[in-house]
Ligand binder design. Structure first.
Ligand SMILES: *Cc1c(COP(=O)(O)O)cnc(C)c1O
Length: 234
């Protein structure tokens, strides 16, 4: 095995064990948590290796980067690509071609643009709404107060499928400090689902430094970059 492959295999084994223990603590199974491998700045060879090791969900935060690596990854036919970064409306068309899911929907104008492109192409795009839980620390996502109105509008768009929420809470070296944000996102999801009468099963929260706490608070998908691939080069 190459050194990339053995390092990745070891990291994945450790991450999987930690997911299983955190899921068990919250009375769930490891299978109820989807691991999304975040591959921004990661070379195509390492992504292929992750696929060989069994990973199927991948996240990128920029359309251009996904596009640049696309040809090298064409043979990963079962890969599910998640767009997890802020999407500009003028890239909506490319995003629909390059990604299977948009996990970072943050405005009605973007939703309407995506709806138009998806309708034209005859596809349905699963989406998560990104919520901004700490307005002073992050620029992306909708304010919790604006969430119900946006969700209601998105549910009216026939080619978008609203499946849940995503958040990127502020970074704290102590992951316990992040727990209230994860709990808040789950509560927002629960309330929204009952208000609108839709299931909203997906809750995307938790990154390399805090995913265990996120799982304990109900994450159904976690987004890990450095825990799998090591530190990103700046
Ligand atoms: C980069 C990124 C991640 C992964 O971050 P790590 O700390 O490396 O696990 C997760 N979510 C989003 C939205 C990201 O941009």
């Amino acid at each position: 095995m190459s050194s990339i492959a053995s390092a990745l295999a070891a990291a994945l084994e450790s991450v999987r064990a930690r997911i299983a223990r955190a899921a068990e603590r919250s009375g769930r199974t490891a299978e109820s948590v989807t691991l999304v491998a975040v591959t921004k700045t990661v070379a195509a060879e390492a992504i292929c290796e992750a696929y060989r090791l069994g990973l199927r969900h991948f996240g990128e935060n920029r359309v251009q980067e996904r596009e640049a690596k696309r040809a090298a990854l064409d043979e990963l036919t079962e890969a599910v690509w998640h767009m997890i970064g802020h999407l500009q409306r003028n890239k909506a068309r490319r995003a629909i071609e390059l990604f299977h899911r948009l996990d970072s929907l943050d405005s009605l104008r973007l939703a309407e643009k995506l709806e138009a492109v998806a309708a034209e192409r005859g596809v349905r795009m699963p989406v998560l709404i990104e919520v901004r839980l700490a307005p002073e620390e992050s620029k992306t996502g909708v304010e919790p107060e604006a969430l119900p109105a946006l969700a209601e509008e998105v549910l009216r768009l026939p080619h978008l499928e609203l499946e849940g929420l995503l958040a990127v809470p502020p970074f704290h070296s102590d992951p316990e400090q992040v727990r209230p944000y994860f709990r808040r996102l789950r509560e927002l999801r629960d309330r929204l689902a009952s208000q609108l009468g839709v299931p909203l099963p997906r809750l995307s929260m938790g990154m390399s430094h805090d995913f265990e706490v996120a799982i304990e608070e109900g994450a159904t998908e976690i987004r890990l970059g450095t825990a799998l691939f090591g530190p990103r080069r700046p």
